[in-house]
Design a protein around this ligand. Structure first.
Ligand code: IPM
Ligand code: MG
Length: 370
């Protein structure tokens, strides 16, 4: 099998975590006999510096032509003062819109070795294993009109029936693969658009009677996430609420540096860590590459249809953490603190060890490496 992957390292720590991500992706692909055609392009601030645009048609073309896109991070203080259409973040919004990536999957689970790393008490976070299903190409992020003048600033929160139906289906299907529970997060007590959203989610739910559906207002959901995150399985929500709640979910798991994401449409998919470009630690080889590695795992499961490879990678991350290896952001007393690149090497070694000790199933697709 041959796959085209477009690599967008971006800004800040993006390139350094990307080095680790690409190294592991190529290594795992080799083990499974996959051929990857990699094309690297600029995006965000890097693209602004090079040619004055946050994303160019050339970069977009390279993404259209690929089965999967892997992105590092975009943004940084140097470009903060730019007008909205020039900001590095615009590149990401443009990519999501142009590639039709309406589903954003953000799993958050606590690795047993990291229960102490959360800012919340271990007994609160211990059972966290949830999935935020965030609508990614609609809502207030994209609604028109938008703008501001001297006296007003405005954005439009609008959803169409089709947009709500398709993301609701994704949430129920994901729940079917998990613990069969969906929490629909909205603000239906105040926003008409949320009442609309909620009614459609309940209509779609009729096709999934074996999935339990619970409604929750977003303010309550934020509170419940830090009070008792273990109660959640799938959280289904609109673009903006999903942005906020996934950051909340990430601190539960110990660090924003741990969380992967997949943005999926009918024809394209993009994988990226949830964390940003962290300009304060950029270029120091100290950033946590685990969210990037976990994003690569999601790519293997979803775009390459190799869930076993994804599972082994996740196990490799877990094993590395259990063995006491940490990056600075999740360092605990007595742990061995590694650089970005050494953490990547450590996870790769753990992966190889798992492959060697694992009984090879006839369907696994694993090939002998020389
Ligand atoms: C995210 C980010 C983006 C968003 C920004 C960088 C546009 O915060 O992916 O969560 O708001 O969606
Ligand atoms: Mg965000």
């Amino acid at each position: 099998m041959r796959f085209a992957v477009t690599i967008l390292p971006g800004d800040g720590i993006g390139p350094e975590v990307m080095d680790v991500g690409v190294g592991i992706m190529v290594h795992v692909a080799q083990g499974y006999g996959l051929l990857l055609d990699l094309t690297t392009k600029q995006v965000g601030g890097a693209s602004l510096d090079a040619c004055g645009l946050p994303i160019t048609d050339d970069t977009l073309e390279a993404c259209y032509g690929a089965q999967a896109v892997l992105l590092g991070a975009v943004g940084g203080p140097r470009w903060e003062g730019l007008p909205h259409d020039k900001k590095p973040e615009r590149a990401l919004l443009r990519l999501r819109e142009a590639l039709g990536l309406y589903t954003n999957l953000r799993p958050a689970r606590v690795y047993p070795a990291l229960v102490e790393a959360s800012s919340l008490r271990p007994e609160v976070v211990r059972d966290t294993d949830l999935l935020v299903v965030r609508e990614l190409t609609g809502g207030i992020y994209f609604g028109k009109p938008r703008g501001y003048d001297h006296d007003h600033g405005w954005n439009t929160l609008v959803y169409t029936r089709d947009e709500v139906e398709r993301i609701a289906r994704v949430a129920f299907q994901q729940a079917d693969l998990r613990r069969k529970h969906v929490t629909c997060v909205d603000k239906a007590n105040v926003l008409e658009s949320s009442q609309f959203w909620r009614e459609i989610v309940h209509e779609v739910h009729r096709d999934y009677p074996h999935i339990e559906l619970v409604d929750l207002y977003v303010d309550n959901a934020a509170m419940q996430l830090v009070r008792n995150p273990g109660q959640f399985d799938v959280l289904l929500t609109q673009n903006m609420f999903g942005d906020i709640l996934s950051d909340v979910a990430s601190v539960v798991t110990g660090s924003l540096g741990m969380l992967p994401s997949a943005s999926i449409g009918d024809e394209h998919a993009l994988y990226e860590p949830v964390h940003g470009s962290a300009p304060d630690i950029a270029g120091q080889n100290t950033a946590n590459p685990l969210a990037m590695i976990a994003s690569v795992a999601m790519m293997f499961a979803t775009s390459f249809n190799l869930p076993e490879a994804a599972h082994l990678l996740e196990q490799a991350i877990e094993g590395t953490l259990s063995a006491g290896y940490r990056t600075a952001d999740i360092a605990t007393p007595g742990a061995t603190v590694l650089s970005t690149s050494d953490m990547g090497a450590q996870v790769q070694e753990a992966f190889d060890h798992l492959v060697q000790t694992q009984p090879v199933s006839p369907t696994s697709g694993l090939v002998e490496s020389e």
